[in-house]
Design a protein around this ligand. Structure first.
Ligand SMILES: CC(C)(COP(=O)(O)OP(=O)(O)OC[C@H]1O[C@@H](n2cnc3c(N)ncnc32)[C@H](O)[C@@H]1OP(=O)(O)O)[C@@H](O)C(=O)NCCC(=O)NCCS
Length: 158
């Protein structure tokens, strides 16, 4: 599969973000990633939408002086997981943040996805916490610096 990443309107990826991240959603459910000023990134396999994420300017509390962007709504279609779509989106998040002049990029990561973000050079910081809107799932704040200075070196493949 060849994954292409495109910048799109929020509406394009909203159904995927809702289905993946808010199962059982109702018409008033706010999809993760619907944040004012967010850049919405979509992953395509040819013309099929297979993944989504959104990035917006938001200070990183532990490093308030450094320009930072947060991302949210990371979602890969269930039948496309494990084939590099998430990694391509994560790389696009970092590239987008870098283009916007950020020095830090961060997210509220579901604890079960921690290893995925660590693969991308992110590190957890602080204690685990619950997000009620995300089905009461445990999360960690995860972050990395932009450029070569990762918070932790990515693990080698294998
Ligand atoms: C988490 C998610 C985005 C990962 O996307 P994906 O396309 O399956 O990930 P990739 O195939 O690009 O995997 C990249 C690497 O991370 C690893 N990885 C993927 N998911 C992982 C997980 N949950 N835990 C540990 N490692 C994981 C892969 O094995 C791969 O490792 P490699 O570089 O050694 O091959 C996807 O599973 C998903 O959408 N899950 C449901 C929604 C969700 O949890 N979103 C995140 C909210 S914080």
């Amino acid at each position: 599969m060849t994954v292409g990443i495109r910048e799109v309107d929020a509406a394009v990826t909203r159904p995927l973000r809702l289905d993946v991240l808010r199962p059982g959603h109702t018409p008033d459910t706010v999809p993760p990633g619907d944040v004012a000023g967010a850049v919405h990134l979509a992953a395509y396999d040819d013309d099929e939408l297979v993944g989504a994420v959104a990035v917006h300017e938001h200070a990183f509390a532990p490093r308030p002086a450094e320009p930072a962007m947060q991302f949210s709504g990371m979602a890969v279609a269930e039948d496309r997981r494990g084939s590099g779509v998430g990694a391509a989106l994560l790389a696009a998040v970092v590239a987008t943040a870098e283009r916007h002049g950020a020095q830090v990029v961060w997210c509220n990561a579901r604890s079960y996805a921690r290893g995925f973000y660590e693969r991308g050079g992110f590190a957890a910081i602080g204690d685990e916490f619950i997000i009620a809107a995300a089905g009461n799932l445990p999360h960690f704040v995860m972050w990395r610096r932009i450029g070569n200075q990762t918070a932790v070196p990515p693990r080698p493949p294998g």
